[in-house]
Design a protein around this ligand. Structure first.
Ligand SMILES: NC(=O)c1ccc[n+]([C@@H]2O[C@H](COP(=O)([O-])OP(=O)(O)OC[C@H]3O[C@@H](n4cnc5c(N)ncnc54)[C@H](OP(=O)(O)O)[C@@H]3O)[C@@H](O)[C@H]2O)c1
Length: 335
């Protein structure tokens, strides 16, 4: 059993890591760490763990984490975990980071989008943790930058189709409110979100734009994220002009034929977040609109699983040389 630590265990992706890793046959939880909730019983902060996990949340001290664990998941806000990552790597741990600190390969791009490079030089060591595109590099990595939720859904929907479509790429994506994390705020307050839908950070201002463009080889995207009144799920719809008459679905089928978590739905069946909720699965499909000369590629994921913690466990499995699907076999909690 490999001992693993979760830093940021009191947040939404941290809680999801706890849930997934409790069902993982090859790892054991060796410390749950937090900040403002440190010192509190785990089950009082995460009531879903009552009767399952004893103990308290602890402050994240690198020497303590390194004394107990071989792998550390960092489920922290951007900029909060980068120095800890550097310290833990120095102490020989494998680090799986769920924040955006190391996702952009180019330091200047990171500075443009996030303000500053938290640990200059370290990003060269990081591998972008999208196994469907970087499997071999992830298996050799000791620092994995787990992709954002929107980029995961968007890249998996459109990347195999790039040779068949032109510009512009228009990404229209919807997210459940857990994507904003556990800290309460007016924009995620129930009366302000429960019965409406709204775009936010439009016209190239959402930070995930840079990540999507990086993984699409620099193709420019117009990315419009929306907040919708559901707890979990991302649906990404990508529109592009067709450069071919057919072959779109075949391209997806060829790209994902051997992928354990990605399913190209049958012709005419469209992705739905309800059908992947709670699972690490990705449902994709593509439809050509011959009348308009466009292609519509779609993907549905659970933002907290394939969009964050499930993908992080998938990466950990690769890093540890385990079968990639270990501990991730659950299908969606449907309905
Ligand atoms: N939510 C998603 O769907 C999603 C998807 C993909 C990626 N991500 C990324 O994953 C990361 C975590 O997101 P989240 O939604 O889980 O956030 P969250 O619910 O707000 O949780 C943040 C966690 O970080 C802890 N924390 C904050 N500063 C800390 C510090 N200095 N030292 C130790 N712990 C600290 C908090 O502890 P206390 O509660 O004790 O203060 C809490 O456990 C973010 O970078 C986010 O962008 C999130």
């Amino acid at each position: 059993m490999t001992p693993v630590a979760i830093v940021g265990a009191s947040g939404y992706t941290g809680a999801e890591l706890v849930r997934l890793l409790l069902g993982h046959p090859e790892v054991e939880l060796a410390g749950l760490y937090a900040r403002s909730t440190a010192g509190q019983p785990v089950a009082s902060v995460l009531p879903s763990l009552a009767g399952v996990v004893d103990g308290i949340l602890e402050p994240a001290a690198p020497e303590i984490i390194a004394g107990r664990a071989r792998v550390a998941f960092l489920a922290l806000p951007h900029g909060e975990g980068a120095r800890l990552a550097a310290d833990l790597l120095e102490r020989g741990l494998k680090v799986i980071d769920l924040s955006a600190d190391f996702r952009l390969r180019d330091a200047a791009a990171h500075t443009t989008w996030y303000g500053h490079d938290p640990v200059p030089g370290l990003r060269a060591r990081a591998v972008y943790g999208l196994p469907e595109r970087h499997r071999a590099e992830i298996a050799k990595a000791d620092l994995v930058a787990v992709p954002g939720c929107y980029p995961t859904a968007t890249v998996l929907a459109i990347a195999p189709l790039l040779p068949l479509v032109g510009a512009p790429l228009i990404v229209d994506a919807k997210s459940g409110v857990s994507g904003a994390g556990r800290t309460p705020g007016l924009s995620t307050h129930f009366p302000e979100i429960a019965e409406g839908i709204r775009p936010y950070k439009v016209a190239g201002t959402h930070r995930h734009t840079a990540e999507i463009e990086q993984e699409l080889g620099g193709a420019r995207v117009t990315f419009t994220p929306h907040l919708v009144p559901m707890t979990r799920g991302i649906l990404s719809c990508v529109y592009a002009p067709a450069r071919a008459e057919r072959g779109f679905r075949d391209a997806l089928v060829a790209a994902y034929a051997k992928e354990p978590f990605v399913t190209v739905l049958p012709d005419g069946q469209l992705p739905d977040t309800t059908h992947v909720r709670g699972s690490n699965r990705v449902h994709v499909n593509v439809v050509a609109d011959a009348r308009a000369g466009t292609v519509l590629a779609m993907a549905a994921i659970d933002n907290l699983v394939k969009g964050a913690s499930g993908q992080a466990v998938q990466c950990m499995n690769l890093v540890l040389g385990l079968p990639e699907t270990t501990g991730l076999g659950a299908v969606a909690a449907f309905p």
